[in-house]
Design a protein around this ligand. Structure first.
Ligand code: FES
Length: 114
């Protein structure tokens, strides 16, 4: 009911979007990186309450961590931090960490191009 870190980052260092084919919901994560650390992360989620809770939780878990530490956050860990999700909502948890990881991959591929 009180999601954290909702919104967009202007000129983000990386962006990652994942859609859920089961329900059509979408998540986009925007990241700011300094010295290989995630200093800011925001998200926009078009989806159910569980998807929004997952998005919020993964941003809270990831902020301030190194990129490698963030890459080690799994969807299962996020669902666990939320105290679990009902069985029919477990698919919602499959988006959060994946979308954030995609934003980091986007950042890393941009760095390689520089
Ligand atoms: Fe699709 Fe939750 S119902 S993400």
């Amino acid at each position: 009911q009180h999601p954290r870190n909702v919104g967009e980052i202007e000129n983000p260092d990386g962006v990652g979007t994942v859609g859920n084919p089961l329900c059509g919901d979408m998540m986009t994560f925007y990241i700011r990186v300094q010295d290989d650390r995630l200093v800011d992360v925001k998200f926009k989620t078009f989806g159910c309450g569980a998807a929004i809770a997952v998005s919020s939780m993964v941003t809270e878990m990831a902020k301030g961590k190194t990129l490698d530490e963030v890459m080690a956050i799994t969807n299962e860990k996020v669902a666990g931090q939320l105290g679990g999700l009902p069985m029919n909502k477990m698919h919602c948890s499959n988006l959060g960490a994946d979308a954030l990881h995609r934003a980091i991959e986007d950042y890393r591929s941009k760095q390689q191009q520089k």
